[in-house]
Ligand binder design. Sequence first.
Ligand SMILES: *Cc1c(COP(=O)(O)O)cnc(C)c1O
Length: 371
Amino acid sequence: MNEARSTAVIDLQALRHNAARLARAAGGAELMAVVKANGYGHGAVDCAFAALDGGAGSLAVASVEEAEELRLGGLTARVLIMSPLAGAGFTRALAAGCEVVVGDGDGVEGITAAASPDRPARVHVEVDTGMGRLGVAPDDAMQLAEAAAAGGAEVVGLMTHFATADEREGPEAGFMREQLVRFRQLIPAFRDRFPGIQVHAANSAATLRDPDAAFDMVRCGIALYGCSPFGRDPSDDDLVPVMTWRSRLATVKAFTSRMSAGYGRTWRASRGTWVGIVPVGYADGFSRDLSNNDEVLVGGRRVPVVGTVSMDLIAVDLGPEAEERGGEEVVILGRQGTERITAEEVARRRASISYEVTCAVSPRVARITAG
Ligand SMILES: *Cc1c(COP(=O)(O)O)cnc(C)c1O
């Protein structure tokens, strides 16, 4: 046990396994590894290298800063910046040798103005087929691509993004099909006008769910990290969780009946018991929504989080018979013995998704790679 308050162990072997799994699901299509938001909280540079080892052909991020971090870390693979750029972002994106997404006239103007003979602009035209967020309307997509080409940009991609790929059933399950139909209609004209263009649409959920959505490339994030895009057990999709978040019992104290733990006295012992104090809190990414509403693993068993989550600490009820004392390992996410806590379980407890659970693990928590 080292001196860190808590540590996120990043299993790169698991990540390579997940990448290979997704590459297989994609058939012949290229796997683009999405490592935005510091690799969904797992560490972007290490995860990017592991994904490429596992079979990914390219990388995607959300911002120029994230792209520059990959370059500084020594990654030379193709990098696509997916979110809209502004100001000096256009020049910085090209200086970092990145490809960019354009979905409107401002994007085309910005990137063509920033391009130069030694900094060519390579763009992916994003079409809004129903996500209702970024992208050009299907009817205006070719016009936007022509504007980019006329401005000197090379049109290398045609893309869209699904709103409901993670919904296997329910009222919106059919909407992904509708989006696919709208997207497909554009493809022949684009292939004709821009030979060699890469067509892509699928996120993790679509890649695992529908081989027809793979086209030339799939853009996978969450499944790469071993989380289920469907909110179910990752092993159902042969995915292996990459992050183990662990800490230790900083101290263990005897509670008599009716003693309370933490701010607001939201929990009181109903019997004599042992309470462990663990040095993680909401500033580490352990959500305050988990107050009196989560379990962690200690000594190979599940114990409840009791009281209100503080900035730096949580309390856990070890029970009257507990044998654990200070220094014992605590697992917040991951396996201990035969027990396991997934990001999906934690997400469900706080009405969120696994993405938010791992992204929330803050820079305060040291990442250690293994495998
Ligand atoms: C984040 C993102 C992805 C990856 O989605 P996952 O559900 O994590 O696989 C794909 N495409 C776009 C445009 C994104 O923003």
